[in-house]
Ligand binder design. Structure first.
Ligand SMILES: Nc1ncnc2c1ncn2[C@@H]1O[C@H](COP(=O)(O)OP(=O)(O)OP(=O)(O)O)[C@@H](O)[C@H]1O
Length: 387
């Protein structure tokens, strides 16, 4: 890397490049050592050499385009050429240390001392909309300016990449690997990692992941250790439905995690939802609230159709409230909404595309309440990272 000159057009280009962020790390490429050299000839022709972590890294095209646009916009530049190179092993090691803040051997990123608020989303039954709500909450929290990470730990039904538009035609966006560090793709401001990103060329639509408990535990452990999330305000985890191995692993790996329980208004769903929350509680996690999903749907004539009955959310909240654990609130009731479902199917979260949709509006309201309340966000310095 060359030094940044004190003045002149080359200096202006360096300054412009300070505003180009690596799309996965969300930090300026100048700070990450990704700019090798900037030269500008007498006619204002600029040549910028950048270094990528690995050849053909998924973000390469975007970085190149952003560098070109920033260079062309720098005062005094008449033409821009971008030369893309790849880091040497030593440069890559320096990059990894810069990204991690050179903390040496990494312990797990979200240990009990971490300022990141960890929220695990669980449900008793499958198909109650847990993944859709987790995705909506993550995107809505990112809209509040929070640094948000999302771990799709639903190994049997990983649907998060699709809901966030990271999976198309059976191909799921891959994380970038730099050494043993894994950089999660970023979608709508959320850093996302999913088991569905580790299937290689297999089509996730037709690939069954059947892993036993220890393997699941190791995978989640690896997600929490090797996936570089940076300083997060909130980490959301989408757990598989039920009371299985993953819930117990999360309890061991992230004992400070808070738990949100998703259920439908159906009374029959309430029993299993309560049971999944009790398992989380047994591992020391705090149940912070219940969200009812697929609640009454307002029809065009204004009448409400309670397709799945009513009252399940309140019932679960009441059954989880007791003198020892205090009141577990019903945080909200998200109505059935065809628009909300279509947004998920299209990978375009409705909390961004149609905020007036009743389901999206309720998710946005719940996210605002979560952002205002709770462990990590009340009265603590979180170093919220502006983007
Ligand atoms: N409020 C809603 N209105 C309409 N459709 C919804 C709503 N919430 C979720 N859905 C739809 O219900 C289906 C199941 O949702 P989702 O995959 O989020 O459930 P899940 O509980 O995560 O399931 P699993 O844990 O089995 O993977 C999806 O097609 C989703 O689009």
């Amino acid at each position: 890397m060359t030094e940044r000159p004190a003045a002149g057009t080359a200096r202006a280009v360096w300054d412009a490049l300070d505003r180009v962020k690596d799309p996965e790390i969300l930090r300026p490429i100048t700070e990450l050592g990704m700019v090798r050299d900037v030269t500008v000839d007498a006619a204002g022709g600029a040549e910028v050499s950048i270094l990528l972590t690995i050849a053909g890294c998924p973000a390469a095209r975007r970085i190149e385009a952003d560098v070109r646009a920033a260079t062309e916009a720098a005062p005094g530049v008449t033409a821009a050429e971008v030369i893309v190179g790849v880091m040497s092993t030593r440069e890559r090691q320096a990059f990894i240390e810069r990204v991690r803040g050179d903390r040496g051997a990494r312990p797990q990123q979200f240990g009990p001392d971490s300022l990141t608020r960890v929220i695990a989303v669980t449900s008793g039954k499958g198909g109650v909309g847990k993944s859709s709500l987790t995705t909506g909450l993550a995107v809505a929290l990112a809209q509040h300016g929070l640094a948000v990470g999302l771990v799709d730990a639903d190994v049997f039904g990983f649907s998060i990449p699709g809901l966030l538009g990271l999976s198309r035609d059976g191909r799921t966006e891959q994380p970038t690997r730099v050494g043993e560090m894994i950089l999660p793709p970023v979608a709508h401001g959320v850093k996302v990692i999913s088991i569905g990103m580790f299937l290689g060329d297999a089509d996730p639509r037709s690939t069954a992941v059947s892993w036993r408990g220890p393997m699941l535990h190791r995978t989640i452990e690896q997600f929490l250790r090797d996936v570089w999330f940076g300083d997060l305000d909130v980490l959301l985890l989408d757990l598989p439905p039920g009371t299985g191995d993953i819930a117990i692993s999360i309890g061991q790996l992230l004992p400070q995690a808070e738990v949100l329980v998703v259920t439908t208004p159906q009374e029959a769903a309430a029993d299993v939802a309560v049971r999944s929350a009790l398992v989380a509680r047994q591992t020391g996690q705090k149940v912070i609230g219940v969200i009812e999903n697929m609640a009454g749907f307002t029809q065009p004539d204004g009448s409400v159709l309670d397709l799945f009955g009513a009252g399940g959310g309140r019932l679960v909240a009441e059954r989880l409230s007791d003198p020892e654990h205090g009141t577990v609130p019903l945080l909200g009731s998200v109505p059935l909404s065809p628009v909300f479902r279509e947004g998920g199917d299209a990978g375009a979260p409705t909390v961004l595309t149609d905020q007036a949709d009743p389901a999206a509006a309720e998710v946005i309201r719940i996210a605002a309440e979560l952002a205002r309340s709770g462990r990590g966000l009340a009265g603590r310095s979180l170093g919220i990272s502006p983007r």
